[in-house]
Ligand binder design. Sequence first.
Ligand code: AMP
Length: 185
Amino acid sequence: MRVVLLGAPGSGKGTQAALLADELQVPSISTGEMLRQAVSAGTSLGQEVEATMAAGELVDDVTMAEVVRDRLQQTDAASGFILDGYPRTQGQADSLESILADMGCELSAVVHIEVPEAELVARALARKRADDQKEVIVQRLRVYRRQTQPLIDHYRSTGLLRVVDGHQTVDKVAAEILDALEVTA
Ligand code: AMP
């Protein structure tokens, strides 16, 4: 199974990606986590993206395509993966399609974890991470609305989209995702 999880910052996407990856026995690939690791390791990628991340802006599509291509080509992703935080722009969705086409495969489904905006702000404020100051949270939500939300319509039109109510307990959301993917737990 090759699955993309779409959801705003604070939608619980990371938590659900980990649970789903465990259930399906495939790696959960979080681009945000990969970039944070690069920043803390001080790699050239980390140095390149640090300020962009701190501002709550998106790293450019070309850089992200390289990161994702390298990661998806690793052997653990051969039988499937859960992508958490990628794609985030139409350009990235196009890149992902061509990366997968080069690998001779395609996405199985895109799951949108839907959470009301007010709940997102409350959740994001309760998190404690370096890039989680209030202005940055607001900016991240703005970027999501502008650049990532249009992907929902894109994937609806390709027939890959599954929508799940994210305003429920972690277990209920996880169960709904499995249902949406027609996986029996
Ligand atoms: P996340 O943990 O997924 O919220 O990502 C944290 C930050 O990493 C984002 O606010 C962006 O600055 C950067 N980032 C992660 N994934 C992407 C992506 N697919 N495209 C551009 N920037 C990204």
